[in-house]
Each structure stands twice: as structure tokens, then as C-alpha cells.
Design a protein around this ligand. Structure first.
Ligand code: GLU
Length: 493
């Protein structure tokens, strides 16, 4: 049975890299009746924050990546945060001390610093020089019992080599001399990642570890730790790194414009859909062998294969996110989309009536890139439209007088129309443009500006239908008055 885990440290914002790691884990678990476990690696007490922990959970839920075991859910291996599991790691560190795979190191910080500096000067790799490695068991016990502070280090074999297998990259072999005697437990008794994660993965019955490739460097150490316990190894997959949009260098939070973000919840607030984020991050590092790029979770679950994970770095492409988001928006049903838009109107201080918004949504759905765009496109339906200036009402190439003439003729026609529908209004107004020797766009531009107060709007006649006859006629008259004022100014001049 597949058991996978997503094991974030609650030390910062939840970014698209975390989103993708969690997603791949979910896809693998859901292909079989496996489990997806959320484990919180909070042993870095200085950097862990409750805000970050809350954000991880909120973002995962928003993305539809609900965990089967973990915080708030419980499960057979609770607790799921490492700080609450510290005794378990201490017991395991003791096992390694007992079987000779670890040792206590009493070296002071000053001594270690001096060693490091010396190595740097000699242009040697910086690593522990092994001073405490050969302490006798008796001396080690005696000094510990006397209350001398110590860390516990892994006793990496000094000869031979270690071969580990990454499912994306195949076998990786390193000389053991290149692997440091890493610290497993700090002086305060808290285990570090190297020990804690290995113990938890074993205890929690993890079958596949899908994690970031920043762990490739210490991957051999991790395999050695597992082997020192005599445990079976999970299958390891180190996922590709994200590159900046330029393709040069690793992506970081500084590489975005004010219209972009690498944080899941910030992207949510900008109006991106979880569906779009998932299908976008999924393709940065994996192929799904589908013609259709926009797979939903079910489609991805069906097609996901570890063999199709790609270890090459993936460039972050925000245009693609926009493209995916627009496409996802167009796939949504009207009621669904309306529901998702409402919070954006509320945020803009517009109290949008859901029933009215639902009538407007079909007009704007084809043009939205983000949900937030809807406020610009459709805000006019919910607020008082300010009067336009004569300048705004006069299309290029016409004088205000000509614009007034056109508007009066159009207004007369609209007033006389018995039905206030697109079908009834559009054809006679097109004919009118022709009669006046105007392009339809010029005439419609004057009407659009008069009625919506903006030069760009959702389709004009459909919008007029929604705004309603009375309000439309009032706004047309108001625009006429403005143009008349400009005309008399022209005369006076
Ligand atoms: N806590 C580690 C991190 O956030 C987890 C790595 C792992 O998945 O094992 O990078």
C-alpha cells in the first residue's frame, strides 16, 4: 500500500514548490487506496511560526490536497508534528549509540569554529575532524553523566562508497570520505532533520519519499542512517528545482513582479484558481502523456507516473499560469464562477447582488484572466457610473458636435424601441451608423462611454439590457447634456 508524506517546515510562506511537492504526493496516494500524510517538521524552534503552520493547512485545503493523517485529522501515528515526537528520536539516537553507528561529540563551538577556519585556509572541505569519534564508551558515558554538553553525530564509515537510488536519476554513488559525521541530535536534545525524518518515515510506514532536490546532497547520509537501523528503504524521488522566468538561476521570491507571486495564498487572492495552480505546477517537472494540458485532479491521478517525473530544472512561466487560469475560468459553470467572484467584489467594497452577477457572468467569462479582473469589467453594474467628460464622449476623428448629433439620433432610436433587448437594439443602431457615415465602433463607442462610463466594457447591448431601460436612457441624456455644454463652449470660443 502506498503511503506518502508531505513534510514541510512551518518556517515561511507556502510557495508553489511546496504546492507541487504536495500535489505529486497526493497523486501517487490517490492512484491506489494509499494515504497522504501531512507531517510538520517544526524542530527548528527559532524559525517555526504558528502563522506558517496555519498557512500550510489553509493552502493545502484550498488546493484540494486534503491529508488523510496529520494535524487536525489525527491518525495512528499521532502526533504529526516533530516537536511532540522528540523522545522517539532520542530513543533512536540511543539505538545508534548502542550499535556503534553514532557517537557523542563534546567539542565546543569555539573548537569547531577553529577547525573550520583552518580547513578553509587550507582549502579543504569543511567537516568535523573526528576528535570524539574514537572516545571510549566509558569516557563518553562518564562525561555525559557529569553533565558535559554534547551533540550526537552519525559515525559515517570512513572507507568505501555508498550507492543510493533516486527513481528519477538512477544510482548515485559517493565516496564515504565525502560524507561528514553529521549532527543527529543537538545539545538541547532535539533531533535534526536527518534523524527525525528518517525515524518518522520508517515509523509512519512511508513507501515513497517525494521531496525537493535540495536534499540530494545529504541523500547518501539519509540512506546510511536507515541502513544503520537495518530498515528497508522507501523509494526516493528528488523533484526538479524551479528556475527564474528568465531560465537563469533558481527561482526566488525576489523574481516576481507586483502582478505575480510564488505564494499559493497570494495567488488565490490575486484571483487564480486552485485548478489552474495545480495544472500549472504539475507540468513543471512531470509529463502526463495527455493531449489535454488542463488536467483536473482526477485526470492527473489517472495519468501520474513516477517514471514521467523529470529531474531537469523547470522554468517558472507566469504567462502559462495566466493562460491556464483563463482557460479554467471558461470551464466553470455560471453559478460556480459567480460564487467564486463574489469575494472579489466584496474585497473591492462592492456589494454585488448574486442574482444580478449571475446574469453578468456570461458576458465577462470569455475575457477574464483572473477572478479579480471581474471587478474592473463588471463593477459598473453595481455602482453609480460617474458622468463622462465631453472629451471622453467624443471618438477620435469627430468633433463634440458630431458626437452629439450621433448620440441624439441613437438616443431617439433607443427610446422608440419597444423591446429593450440586444436583438431589438443592435440592428437599427448599426444601420444608423451607416446612415451617419460612421463606423459602428465609433457610434457604439459614444454609447458605451455614455452608458458604462468607460471606453471598454462587456458587450454593449447585453450590458444595456442588464442595466435596464430607465437607467440607460438617463445616462444617455446626461451625456447629451455634457456634449451640448461643450458645443456651446465651442460656439462661445
Ligand atoms: N522539512 C523539510 C523541508 O521543508 C522536508 C523535506 C522532506 O520532504 O523530507 O524541506
Amino acid at each position: 500500500m502506498t503511503r506518502v508524506r508531505f513534510a514541510p517546515s512551518p518556517t515561511g510562506r507556502f510557495h508553489i514548490g511546496s504546492a507541487r511537492t504536495a500535489l505529486y504526493n497526493v497523486l501517487l496516494a490517490r492512484q491506489s487506496s494509499g494515504q497522504f500524510i501531512l507531517r510538520i517538521e517544526d524542530t527548528d524552534t527559532k524559525r517555526s511560526t504558528p502563522e506558517s503552520l496555519a498557512e500550510i493547512q489553509e493552502a493545502l485545503r484550498w488546493l484540494g490536497l486534503q491529508w488523510d493523517e496529520g494535524p487536525g485529522v489525527g491518525g495512528p501515528h499521532a502526533p504529526y508534528n516533530q516537536l511532540a515526537r522528540r523522545e522517539l528520536y532520542q530513543q533512536h539516537a540511543q539505538l545508534l549509540l548502542d550499535n556503534g553507528h553514532a557517537y557523542r561529540c563534546f567539542c565546543s563551538a569555539e573548537r569547531l569554529k577553529a577547525v573550520r577556519e583552518q580547513q578553509q585556509k587550507a582549502k579543504q572541505p569543511t567537516r568535523y575532524d573526528g576528535t570524539c569519534r574514537e572516545l571510549s564508551r566509558e569516557e563518553s558515558e562518564r562525561r555525559a553523566a557529569a553533565g558535559e554538553p554534547f551533540v550526537i553525530r552519525f559515525k559515517t564509515p570512513k572507507d568505501g562508497s555508498t550507492t543510493v537510488r533516486d527513481e528519477l536519476r538512477g544510482d548515485i554513488t559517493v565516496e564515504n570520505t565525502t560524507i561528514d559525521d553529521y549532527i543527529l541530535v543537538k545539545t538541547d536534545g532535539l533531533a535534526l532533520y536527518h534523524l527525525a525524518a528518517m525515524v518518522d518515515d520508517h515509523e509512519m510506514g512511508i513507501t515513497h519519499v517525494l521531496r525537493g532536490s535540495e536534499w540530494l546532497g545529504t541523500f547518501p547520509l539519509h540512506a546510511l542512517i536507515i541502513r544503520a537501523f537495518g530498515w528497508p528503504e522507501p523509494k526516493w524521488c528528488h523533484l526538479s528545482v524551479f528556475l527564474k522566468p528568465t531560465g537563469k538561476g533558481k527561482m526566488s521570491k525576489r523574481d516576481v513582479t507586483s502582478e505575480q507571486s510564488i505564494y499559493a495564498l497570494e495567488l488565490r487572492d490575486m484571483g487564480y484558481l486552485p485548478e489552474a495552480i495545480n495544472s500549472w505546477t504539475a507540468l513543471m517537472g512531470a509529463s502526463f502523456g495527455a493531449e489535454e494540458e488542463l488536467l483536473d485532479l482526477a485526470g492527473m491521478i489517472e495519468r501520474f507516473k513516477i517514471a514521467n517525473l523529470n529531474p531537469s530544472p523547470a522554468r517558472v512561466n507566469f504567462e502559462k499560469l495566466d493562460d491556464f487560469n483563463g482557460k479554467w475560468i471558461r470551464r466553470l459553470g455560471i453559478t460556480d464562477l459567480t460564487g467564486r467572484l463574489l469575494p472579489f467584489f466584496a474585497k473591492a467594497g462592492i456589494d454585488a447582488d448574486p442574482a444580478l452577477l449571475e446574469r453578468i457572468v456570461p458576458l465577462i467569462q470569455p475575457r477574464l484572466v483572473t477572478l479579480d479582473d471581474a471587478v474592473d469589467f463588471a463593477g459598473l453594474f453595481f455602482r453609480e457610473v460617474p458622468a463622462s467628460t465631453a472629451e471622453a464622449l467624443t471618438p477620435k476623428g469627430l468633433t463634440p458636435l458630431q458626437a452629439l448629433g450621433a448620440l441624439e439620433a441613437a438616443n431617439a432610436l433607443i427610446k422608440a424601441s419597444t423591446a429593450f433587448t440586444t436583438e431589438a437594439l443592435e440592428p437599427p443602431l448599426r444601420t444608423l451608423a451607416e446612415t451617419l457615415g460612421l463606423k459602428p465602433g465609433q457610434l457604439f463607442g459614444i454609447i458605451r462611454q455614455a452608458v458604462t462610463g468607460q471606453p471598454v466594457s462587456p458587450p454593449l447591448f447585453e450590458s444595456m439590457e442588464i442595466i435596464g431601460r430607465e437607467v440607460v436612457l438617463g445616462r444617455l441624456e446626461r451625456a447629451e447634456a455634457t456634449l451640448r455644454g461643450a458645443k456651446s463652449e465651442e460656439r462661445g470660443a
